[in-house]
Design a protein. Structure first.
Ligand code: F6R
Length: 217
């Protein structure tokens, strides 16, 4: 595990990896939302890189109107896509047509992940099959509580989401797991050093050949 000095350093170190991938002819990335990648996205915007040949696939999306201010599509537009020269048509998000999404996700060059306090990656909650692919899921009580900070009230938090599966994520050539805050340290240790089990979805990453973990408290 790479321990960084602070949140901005975390963003900057992962931005170095993204910058490297963006130098490929037709880069393909899987991207997360949430609080963890915000310093990364800010740093990427500041670097004014060329995204014109890049294609992105977001990990997940709520079952929600895509134009809702808390949809993950709105989040990505606000924090990254509207600030870089990526083509909107090259920014892909899952929707109810889950098979179609699964079918277009290639072996991406880089997949960036956050981790939930219950060990989820994307919205693969504890108990998700290691063979899972893109699908509609019910959100865990813990995840609804964690995400209520983005909504006016907990009753406004969507109870369902569409997520890439664990098998989908594992197809990636390289995976970077980002975590920020001491409250993530325990689950991070369990996921990366404990038993590989579907009760801790992120533990599947131990089976991937090219995973790097970046943490700051
Ligand atoms: C979001 C996603 C989630 C988050 C996780 C951590 O696209 O894939 O798995 O990465 O819930 O969220 P934060 O970063 O807000 O702690």
């Amino acid at each position: 595990m790479n321990v960084l000095k602070n949140y901005w350093e975390l963003g900057s170190r992962v931005a170095d990896i993204v910058e490297h991938v963006l130098a490929l002819p037709e880069p393909k990335l899987i991207l997360p939302t949430g609080s963890t990648p915000l310093s990364l996205y800010k740093e990427l915007v500041n670097r004014q890189l060329d995204w014109s040949t890049t294609t992105t696939f977001n990990l997940d999306e709520y079952v929600i109107n895509p134009n809702h201010p808390q949809s993950y599509r709105s989040f990505m537009k606000k924090h990254l896509f509207d600030r870089i020269n990526i083509y909107p048509n090259n920014c892909n998000f899952p929707d109810r047509n889950t098979q179609a999404y699964e079918d277009i996700i290639p072996e991406v060059d880089l997949c960036i992940l956050g981790i939930g306090s219950n060990g989820h990656i994307a919205f693969n909650e504890p108990g998700s099959s290691f063979d899972s692919v893109t699908r509609v899921v019910d959100l865990d009580k813990q995840t609804i509580e964690d995400n209520s900070r983005f909504f006016d009230s907990i009753d406004d938090v969507p109870t369902q989401a569409i997520t890439m599966g664990l098998k989908t994520i594992m197809k990636s050539k390289k995976i970077v797991l980002m975590a920020n805050g001491e409250h993530k340290l325990n689950i991070l240790n369990i996921a990366m050093n404990g038993e590989i089990t579907e009760s801790v979805p992120a533990s599947i990453l131990q089976k991937h050949k090219n995973v790097k973990v970046y943490y700051c408290d």
